[in-house]
Design a protein around this ligand. Structure first.
Ligand code: FES
Length: 385
């Protein structure tokens, strides 16, 4: 990968912002094989050296001392951590609002009870499709009926539940059935989250990106369904930003709100940043979280707007969108400091448009690429395994 030439250890400036959101990626191990997973495509190289229970509790403690309030527990599949309940109990003791992000594979009725008793505040369950055939095909394992049963158990336990459906070209036509499923499971919140192109989804983008027409129809059907709802259910439709002409304010601005810790203790300003061509990332085993947040070059690199180039530097939107997503700028242009190419003012917007045109041309073709499953065989750049 191209080197950025930056060091993580160089002091640049102090910040007074607070990392309100701490994301703990407890493990990259996962029984599912979703071809749009946001984990790094070379995830097996991180399988050694997962933080242990005491190290995670220390991270949570340091995060609270920095002001973090929301804790996301994700993976991989966090249920694979046998200490998950212990970690949740510690998070509760520290005063976090804790959101468990899971496929439910590894959950049973007793575990739902244990998770609730440990103090989890909120569980987010992912579905890969609206029925067993589609869900299990994209998950790469038989799990649909189990997910339905666990979603019911979560609701019966009294916990708030989010259902998350990642939409892509292979399942977007099932949107009406997904909405009916969510309603039948009494979800409190539903995210119809169009695939974003990072990690495995970046690798599979030719197979995943829907057409503009498919997307518009999905958005229309979601709005219609929202009108017909007869019970409280928050329904969010997240557009894939390739189809926008203004960029998303990714992570609410780099190094302002969000801090992410990988299974082996690397600390990132967003969970996608592992893609950046760093020689090394800040490591919570080597430095305190406060030091990393306040002083490392990585966290300071895109804070504020002094780093911005044109057209962002002269744009009246720069305080709203923070020049978009640094990881997307890097993936599409090879330079993280460029304007996010999603922006219509970006000199690289044609790269997004070319991707959209390529995706549209592939729809319905027998030789269209198939989604590569997330598994060690399809991993890229394995330094060790
Ligand atoms: Fe890293 Fe957007 S995913 S800044």
């Amino acid at each position: 990968m191209k080197s950025s030439g930056w060091s993580n250890k160089v002091a640049t400036k102090q910040t007074s912002s607070i990392p309100l959101w701490l994301l703990a990626e407890l493990t990259y191990a996962c029984p599912l094989q979703c071809g749009y997973c946001s984990n790094p495509v070379d995830y097996p190289r991180y399988k050694k050296g997962e933080l242990n229970t005491a190290e995670w509790v220390d991270v949570f403690t340091q995060g609270r001392a920095l002001g973090a309030l929301q804790l996301g527990l994700s993976g991989g599949e966090p249920l694979l951590r046998p200490d998950l309940e212990e970690l949740i109990a510690e998070a509760r003791r520290l005063g976090y609002y804790t959101n468990l992000i899971t496929s439910t594979v590894g959950m049973d009725l007793q575990r739902v009870t244990r998770l609730r008793e440990a103090g989890v505040d909120h569980i987010q369950v992912s579905f890969q499709g609206a029925n067993a055939a589609t869900n299990d095909y994209f998950a790469g394992t038989e799990c649909f009926e189990h997910k339905v049963a666990m979603a019911r158990a979560i609701k019966e336990s009294g916990l708030p539940m989010v259902l998350n459906f990642v939409l892509h070209r292979g399942n977007i036509d099932q949107l009406p059935e997904m909405l009916l499923l969510a309603d039948s499971l009494a979800a409190d919140f539903v995210e119809i989250a169009n695939c974003q192109y990072y990690g495995w989804a970046w690798q599979n983008r030719d197979a995943l990106l829907p057409s503009r027409q498919q997307l518009q129809e999905a958005e229309r059907l979601t709005a219609e369904f929202r009108q017909r709802l007869t019970r409280p259910m928050e329904l969010f439709f997240v557009v894939p930003d390739y189809y926008n002409d203004t960029p998303k304010p990714c992570s609410n601005g780099w190094g302002t709100t969000f801090i992410s810790v990988t299974p082996n203790g690397m600390v990132l300003p967003c969970h996608g940043a592992v893609v950046l061509p760093e020689t090394e990332f800040p490591d919570v085993r080597q430095q305190s979280l406060a030091d990393i947040w306040q002083r490392t070059e990585l966290f300071n690199r895109f804070r504020g707007n002094q780093w911005m180039k044109q057209p962002c530097a002269g744009c009246e939107q720069k305080e709203e969108d923070f020049a978009g997503c640094r990881c997307q700028a890097y993936l599409l242009t090879g330079e993280a400091a460029n304007t996010d190419p999603v922006c219509s003012k970006s000199p690289h917007r044609h790269l997004v448009d070319q991707q959209i045109e390529r995706a549209a041309a592939l729809i319905g073709r027998v030789d269209a690429p198939v989604i590569e499953k997330r598994n060690p065989q399809n991993s890229r750049g394995l330094a060790s395994s």
